[in-house]
Design a binder for this molecule. Structure first.
Ligand SMILES: [Zn+2]
Length: 267
């Protein structure tokens, strides 16, 4: 009997773990009995919720009108938490801004920030600025790491338990107040190509929209990379190496990547 993929607690679990959250439309990629219920609850409450509600992924959910698993249209408040061990605010970011999706397919912006409104109305037009803080990168890194390691487990369970993944296993489950995991970020497609009509048959929990894509690859000198894209954002994480990889810019055809990272001790 296998232990939990993340905390190594002895096995016999009855869990069904959705690798990509159900709220993003995943009802096919599920790991059964591999993750203990305490890790599963922790991921849902502490990582997936924050990733889906307070990061650029939240923006895409409302922009694309991706319904929650209960069939509701998303409405997100992008303010980071006020307190915590990792800085969650970047001074160049706009605050007090949220987005709501509506039944007619439109998205509205909810603003409670007069400086931002003035900038929007000004001659040179402003745009919404979200600069990712260490907290954002920690949440996104743990979210990507969780999905990535679970996809490794889905395709090769023994490999997922191997020593190569000890660091990411612990980072995903326990986090760190001292270091982050680098994320490689790029953009693909154009915004205008995205808003395809959503097929919605009215029954709760059913929706057909292709809102995310993923890939698992073994590349860059035997490192394992997980790639996840939503909207025009493409995010990649190396599951086997915690420090930034050199020359990764062109490792995904057609998408230029840059490393988003705060080095250890820089906050
Ligand atoms: Zn566990």
């Amino acid at each position: 009997m296998r232990s939990c993929l993340f905390c190594k607690k002895p096995g016999g679990f009855q869990t069904r773990e959705h690798i990509v959250p159900e709220s993003l439309g995943n009802d096919t990629d599920i790991l059964e009995g591999v993750i203990c219920s305490s890790c599963q609850n922790y991921f849902g409450k502490e990582i997936e919720k924050a990733a889906l509600e307070q990061t650029p992924i939240a923006f895409w959910r409302s922009y694309l009108g991706i319904r929650t698993k209960r069939g509701r249209l998303p409405s997100v408040d992008l303010n980071p938490p006020a307190r915590g061990a990792i800085p969650a605010f970047h001074p160049a970011s706009d605050t007090d801004i949220g987005f709501s999706a509506h039944e007619d397919g439109s998205t509205s912006i909810d603003v409670d920030n007069s400086a931002f409104i003035q900038r929007l109305l000004s001659k040179d037009k402003g745009e919404y600025r979200m600069v990712l803080s260490p907290w954002h990168l920690s949440i996104i890194g743990r979210f990507l790491g969780k999905m990535g390691l679970e996809y490794v487990a889905l395709s090769d369970l023994d490999y997922a338990f191997s020593a190569q993944f000890e660091d990411i296993r612990s980072f995903v489950r326990y986090g760190s107040t001292k270091h982050l995991w680098p994320i490689y970020w790029g953009q693909q497609d154009k915004l205008g190509d995205l808003k395809e009509p959503v097929i919605w048959d009215g029954s709760v929990g059913h929706q057909e929209i292709e809102c995310y894509r993923y890939a698992l690859a073994r590349m860059v000198k035997d490192e394992t990379i997980f790639v996840f894209s939503i909207g025009v954002d493409l995010m990649a994480i190396c599951l086997t190496k915690r420090l930034p990889i050199q020359n990764i810019e062109n490792c995904i055809a057609g998408t230029k990547l840059s490393c988003v990272f705060y080095p250890d001790g820089s906050w």
